[in-house]
Write a protein that binds this ligand. Structure first.
Ligand code: PAF
Length: 285
């Protein structure tokens, strides 16, 4: 059986281990996670191992990206099972800080974001990207990796952290990886664990609806019309839609109209509630 990766919980121990990796001449890749690891995270860790000689995975359920009414306390936590998954991939180090290590008493500083964070998730979870940017900024500074891996499943997050690393000169190359899906198209997510059996059979509708909309746009349907059909298809199965949107795939700005219409790369993004579970997904056109 593969050896479990070493786990550190203190910033100073993380820095000491990373300094040893650097002394070996290793490049370092970081995979930031909130744990409850699934095949999507494992794919990120595998890619990290390809890019760098040393891989660090952080596991931290970040309180600042949850609103008080959200699922912070309920969010699945499974450190031991996570470590076994990471051992199979050959991850070198797991950084699992406590909330007080990350946010010591008196902590007040926040990273404010704009650009790709505007709209979509922010319309429904206004606290979210400030919390993500603050913790990811801290992780980048604490670990100082060469690369950091993020899944395209959280596409808006990927764009926000890419911008963050550039804007604050954090020197981390943010690498995005395609979404890993179940056979029926459902995007892997730690929150899928909340779905009951019936909900699990319904959940792939988001991917199916987005895929049909992408096909329709490729065949010449106007993005707004395609998106509204997708929304109807998702709602018809009883989900409560937060948004289904077509955006510029690079900037996430709304699509241009008039003479410039149809010339930009498009990404379709959706978020919807299935019972008490909020699902998000997105695909390229
Ligand atoms: O995508 C996630 O799991 C989290 O938002 C992240 C990037 C680890 C920050 O807490």
């Amino acid at each position: 059986m593969a050896t479990l990766p070493k786990v550190v919980g203190r910033v100073r121990d993380l820095r000491a281990r990373v300094a040893e990796f650097r002394a070996e001449g290793a490049r370092v890749a970081l995979v930031p996670t909130m744990g409850a690891l699934h095949a999507g995270h494992v794919a990120l860790a595998e890619k990290a191992r390809e890019l760098a000689q040393r891989t660090v995975v952080s596991i931290f359920v970040n309180p600042t990206q949850f609103a008080p009414h959200e699922d912070f306390s309920q969010y699945p936590r499974s450190l031991e099972a996570d470590l076994y998954k990471l051992a199979d991939v050959g991850v070198d180090l797991v950084y699992a800080p406590t909330p007080t290590e990350m946010y010591p008493a008196g902590f007040v500083t926040r990273i404010a974001v704009g650009g790709p964070s505007e709209g979509l998730e922010t319309d429904f979870r206004p606290h979210f990207f400030g919390g993500v940017a603050t913790v990811v900024g801290k992780l980048f500074i604490q670990c100082a990796p060469d690369y950091a891996m993020f899944g395209e499943k959280d596409y808006q997050q990927l764009k926000v952290v890419t911008r963050l690393s550039r804007d604050l000169d954090l020197g981390v190359e943010v690498v995005g990886l395609p979404t890993i899906r179940e056979e029926d198209g459902l995007a892997l997510s730690s929150r899928n664990a909340y779905l009951d059996e019936e909900q699990r059979t319904i959940a792939p509708v988001i991917y199916t609806a987005l895929s049909r909309a992408a096909d329709a746009i490729r065949a010449g349907t106007a993005p707004q019309a395609a998106v509204s059909v997708a929304r109807g298809m998702i709602e018809a199965l009883g989900l409560k839609v937060d948004y289904v949107a077509a955006r510029n795939a690079d900037t996430l700005a709304p699509l241009k109209e008039g003479p410039e219409a149809g010339r930009e790369p498009i990404r379709l993004l959706a978020a919807a509630w299935l019972g008490e579970t909020r699902l998000i997904d997105n695909i390229p056109v």
